[in-house]
Design a protein around this ligand. Structure first.
Ligand SMILES: Cc1cc2nc3c(=O)[nH]c(=O)nc-3n(C[C@H](O)[C@H](O)[C@H](O)COP(=O)(O)O)c2cc1C
Ligand code: SF4
Ligand code: SF4
Length: 332
């Protein structure tokens, strides 16, 4: 708690992460692809779980390291939850594997053949952060986008525009533009000296009152990892798809864009591709520093970026079954 207080971070519970050195082949995949920079290479070459900027741990409990480890060497125990304050997680804290068949507690591998193809894609899809240096053919990108076009939308309004970027220089430009803004936040939030300053505590206390979502500390580890990795936000993906909303669309255009994006993501995984939603670059694009970049990307009124998706060929196995916090479901 004392350490956590240093960087304005709330009391947080992290899963316990252990690496079985008997099994680990020291391939470094988990170190490279952890979204929070939660593992570093230890002196002996084995991954070591680390903390960050006042957090004793840096882990969002996504289980991607478990899914992608070729040796089954990583073990995670327990939930990731912010226990109190404005960011308090409303999770049950009970983690479990997919249980689509009520009352059936057999391992996923044993129930898989009873599931539909769509269900299998849903349960095995993981965010992909290790991509091969290999282009995605335009025909496949088209196939993904077409899946998005047939997502439902309120009043069939389809308040969506799609921008596909395969120009690596332009992807780097977006990363650099985003990082300029993210770095301001990151440096404001984190104390290099480890000493908490009263004025910052007051500032963050005030900000969280009316913009808790924007000051949530959880993305800061990812921002720092992107910064240290030379602004790499898109994980060297060969293609990026931006989903833009028509701000004057009826009802809830953000929801329509989300459903469209998820159609694309599921279609991509069913085609053997990997994807990762990338929110880190989206919000900073809206800042005045990035006005010219917005115009270059066609993000002009009435369009606004809702999310972006990195797309590419997975390097090794990444998709796989993980545990997730169990939903609170009320049956009435
Ligand atoms: C809207 C949204 C934004 C996200 N932004 C990022 C991001 O900027 N960088 C990243 O590495 N992952 C990002 N993710 C991926 C999440 O971290 C990931 O979905 C979550 O940890 C669950 O893991 P899974 O997708 O493998 O099931 C984002 C996910 C969503 C839905
Ligand atoms: S992915 Fe698995 S085998 Fe590779 S370094 Fe990490 S724990 Fe070891
Ligand atoms: S569970 Fe996710 S955040 Fe935690 S160490 Fe593994 S890859 Fe990193």
């Amino acid at each position: 708690m004392e350490e956590i207080g240093k960087s304005y971070l709330p009391d947080t519970a992290f899963p316990a992460r252990t690496v079985d050195k008997e099994k680990c082949a020291r391939c470094g995949r988990c170190i490279e692809a952890c979204p929070t920079g939660g593992f570093v290479k230890g002196k002996d070459g084995f991954p070591e779980p680390v903390g960050y900027g006042g957090f004793k741990e840096a882990c969002i409990n996504c289980w991607n390291c478990v899914a992608m480890c070729p040796e089954g060497a990583i073990n995670l125990e327990g939930p990731f939850a912010i226990k109190e304050g404005p960011y308090k997680s409303r999770l049950t804290g009970v983690m479990d594997y997919p249980r689509p068949i009520a009352g059936d507690t057999r391992p996923y591998a044993e129930i898989e053949e009873s599931l539909t193809g769509v269900e299998r894609v849903i349960y095995t899809r993981r965010s992909n952060r290790l991509f091969k240096k290999k282009e995605v053919p335009k025909e496949l990108l088209h196939r993904i986008i077409e899946a998005g076009r047939f997502a439902p939308s309120a009043g069939n309004c389809q308040p969506v525009k799609v921008v596909v970027i395969t120009d690596q220089a332009l992807i780097s430009e977006i990363e650099n533009g985003a990082m300029k803004v993210l770095r301001l936040f990151k440096n404001l939030y984190l104390e290099k000296t480890g000493k908490r300053k009263a004025w910052r505590a007051a500032l963050f206390g005030a900000l969280t009152l009316f913009m808790a979502g924007k000051t949530d500390p959880r993305p800061f580890t990812a921002m720092d990892k992107a910064d240290k990795d030379k602004n790499v936000i898109y994980w060297h993906a060969p293609a990026v798809i931006f989903i833009l909303k028509n701000k004057v669309g009826i009802s809830n255009p953000d929801l329509d864009c989300g459903m469209c994006a998820q159609n694309m993501v599921l279609a991509a995984h069913s085609l053997g591709l990997g994807t990762c939603y990338i929110g880190l670059a989206v919000e900073p694009l809206g800042y005045p520093q990035n006005a010219a970049l917005r115009r270059k990307l066609g993000i002009v009124h009435p369009w606004e970026a809702v999310t972006s998706i990195a797309v590419g060929w997975p390097k090794g196995k990444i998709d796989g079954i993980v545990k997730r916090d169990t939903f609170q479901v009320e049956w009435k």
